[in-house]
Design a protein around this ligand. Structure first.
Ligand code: PGA
Length: 252
C-alpha cells in the first residue's frame, strides 16, 4: 500500500500573506504527524513564500497547473523548470481547468509526461460529469480520460491519480465511500493494465470532491483510496489538520 497523501488545493484563494499564515499554521499543527504525505497547493504567486515557510518541515508544496514547454512566448504561463525548486507536486487536469480553460486529455497527457520528465510528481485528476453518472457512463468516461491522459507514459513511480467526480466538487455532495471505492478500483485496474499489477498497487489513488473531517474516515478506509485532494476544507487549518490526522489513524 502506498503512503497516503492529503493534498490541499487552495484554488484562487489567499493573498501571499494569507497563504504564508495558513502554511505556517499547518506546519505547526501537522509537522509531527507521520504516515501521511501532506501537500499544500497555493496559487502561483504564493508558491515561493509557502515553500520558504515550510522549509525543513515534512510538508510538501504543489502547483495547481503548469505549461508543458520549457520557455517561450506563452504570456501568463509558468513552465515546469520554473517550478523546480519551488514545489515537488503539480495538479494536472483538474476539472475546473478542463471546463474553464479547455484543457483536453491530449494537453493533460503532454503535461503529465513533462512533469515526470523534469522530476515533478503529477497529481492527475479524472472524473465524470453529473450527466455521465445519470446516464450510467461514469466508468466509460473515466476510463477513456485516464487512458488518454496516460498515453505513452511508461514509468509509474512518481504518478498520483485523483478521482474527482465533477458533481461532488465544491457542492458539499461528496460521493459515497462505496461510489468512490468502485471508481478508484476501476482506476487501479486500468493502471495494472498499463504498468503491471505490482506497480499499480504502489500508485496513490486519491478521492476528491467535498472531502471533510466528517467523511474522510470512511473514504480513507476503502482499499483503493489512498488519501484525498481537498478543496474548500483545505483553507481551514483546523479542518485540514483533522483530515490529515484522521487519515493517519485510519492507515496506521
Ligand atoms: P472541494 O474541491 O473539496 O471544495 O470539493 C476539491 C477539488 O476541486 O480538488
Amino acid at each position: 500500500m502506498p503512503t497516503p497523501i492529503i493534498a490541499g488545493n487552495w484554488k484562487m484563494n489567499t493573498t501571499v500573506r494569507e497563504a504564508a499564515l495558513l502554511a505556517s499554521h499547518l506546519r505547526g499543527s501537522l509537522g509531527g504527524v507521520s504516515g501521511v504525505e501532506v501537500v499544500l497547493c497555493p496559487p502561483f504567486v504564493s508558491l515561493a513564500e509557502v515553500a520558504r515557510t515550510l522549509e525543513g518541515s515534512p510538508l510538501k508544496v504543489g502547483s495547481q497547473k503548469m505549461h508543458y514547454d520549457d520557455k517561450g512566448a506563452f504570456t501568463g504561463e509558468v513552465s515546469p523548470h520554473m517550478l523546480l525548486g519551488l514545489c515537488q507536486y503539480v495538479i494536472l487536469g483538474h476539472s475546473e481547468r478542463r471546463r474553464d480553460f479547455a484543457e483536453t486529455d491530449a494537453i493533460v497527457n503532454r503535461k503529465v509526461r513533462k512533469a515526470m520528465q523534469v522530476g515533478l510528481r503529477p497529481i492527475l485528476c479524472v472524473g465524470e460529469l453529473l450527466a455521465d453518472r445519470q446516464a450510467d457512463r461514469e466508468e466509460a468516461v473515466v476510463s477513456a480520460s485516464l487512458r488518454a491522459s496516460l498515453e505513452g507514459v511508461t514509468a509509474s513511480e512518481s504518478l498520483v491519480v485523483a478521482y474527482e467526480p465533477v458533481w461532488a466538487i465544491g457542492t458539499g455532495l461528496a460521493a459515497t465511500s462505496q461510489q468512490a471505492q468502485v471508481m478508484c478500483a476501476l482506476i487501479r485496474r486500468l493502471l495494472s493494465e498499463q504498468f503491471g499489477k505490482e506497480k499499480a498497487t504502489a500508485i496513490p489513488i486519491l478521492y476528491g470532491g467535498s472531502v471533510t473531517p466528517a467523511n474522510i474516515q470512511e473514504l480513507a478506509s476503502q482499499p483503493d483510496i489512498d488519501g484525498g485532494l481537498v478543496g474548500g476544507a483545505s483553507l481551514n487549518a483546523a479542518q485540514f489538520t483533522q483530515i490529515v490526522v484522521t487519515t493517519a489513524s485510519v492507515r496506521s
